[in-house]
Design a protein around this ligand. Structure first.
Ligand SMILES: NC(=O)c1ccc[n+]([C@@H]2O[C@H](COP(=O)([O-])OP(=O)(O)OC[C@H]3O[C@@H](n4cnc5c(N)ncnc54)[C@H](O)[C@@H]3O)[C@@H](O)[C@H]2O)c1
Length: 257
């Protein structure tokens, strides 16, 4: 039980297909006590039923992961009700649909800022607020989710690739800042998975087919496989790892043509 006695906050659960849900399953099976944030007060019942299998967990609404005061408010409540935590998983991203469908060159200033704000700045904010509010136990671990489109051009990923590049650079700077306090910061670069967010990406099914054909392991990843990597990064088994982008993509990223 790699996470026995640890409290882990998982941000960005939406439904049973969410990567956050796969991470929750793995962390729970490994002994973690779970806390969640999700978007939309109207989703309360749906989320509570979804997470009912995780005994003793609690869920909090957070409608703006990149808005300082909203994160402060929900983190203050989480700390008051649960005390300090041992890890945070940030599984939050968003870009405007038109920016994933048009050519990248047409990205508007608003669309560019929005994608970077929600998908990259929010992780900086979450890390800063957790530190400011003294929420983290020593040896805490912060984990975010990224994608290969940060370093390679993948048609349709567009401005989200730019946001993920910013997120990965943020991971390195945060790892340096928080390392002094023995807090680790890493990203998992997950292979493509059919989630609600992924549905916004043009021709997503053909990406899945290409990965199956070309990845060394000739299959696509599951959310629980990504979850197991998160469990490892949240646990003391990864005590020497910080500032890294760890690929969980069945090896697809090593391939040339
Ligand atoms: N699905 C994939 O192929 C894939 C691959 C690599 C990385 N990722 C990343 O994994 C993470 C989780 O995405 P997913 O694929 O599980 O999809 P998902 O749609 O299940 O999760 C995305 C979550 O982000 C939340 N969100 C969006 N905007 C928000 C905001 N302003 N404030 C608070 N929450 C907000 C949504 O409510 C949702 O819970 C994202 O960072 C995504 O980029 C996904």
């Amino acid at each position: 039980m790699l996470l026995e006695g640890k409290k882990i906050l998982i941000m960005g659960i939406r439904n049973k297909w969410s990567i956050a849900f796969g991470i929750a399953k793995s962390a729970y099976e490994n002994g973690a006590q779970l806390l969640f944030t999700y978007m939309g007060e109207e989703n309360k019942e749906k989320i509570e039923s979804l997470i009912s299998e995780f005994k003793g967990c609690k869920a909090y609404v957070l409608n703006g992961a990149s808005e300082d005061e909203k994160v402060r408010e929900v983190f203050t409540k989480i700390k008051e009700e649960n005390g300090k935590i041992d890890g945070i998983v940030h599984a939050i991203a968003h870009a405007n649909t038109e920016d994933l469908h048009n050519d990248f060159i047409l990205t508007s200033k608003e669309g560019y800022s929005h994608a970077c704000d929600v998908s990259a700045y929010s992780f900086v904010l979450v890390s800063r607020m957790a530190k400011e509010l003294d929420m983290l136990n020593e040896n805490a671990s912060l984990v975010t989710l990224t994608y290969h489109g940060s370093t390679k051009v993948l048609e349709g990923y567009n401005v989200m690739g730019v946001a993920k590049a910013a997120l990965e650079a943020s991971v390195r700077y945060l790892a340096d800042n928080l390392g002094k306090e023995n807090i680790r910061v890493n990203a998992i670069s997950a292979g493509p998975i059919k989630t609600l967010s992924a549905k916004g990406i043009k021709d997503f099914n053909s990406i899945l087919d290409i990965v199956e054909e070309k990845a060394p392991l000739h299959r696509n990843v599951t959310t629980t496989e990504v979850g197991d990597v998160a469990t490892f990064l949240l646990s003391k088994m990864s005590a020497a790892i910080t500032g890294q982008v760890i690929y969980a993509d069945n090896g697809y990223n090593i391939m040339g043509v």
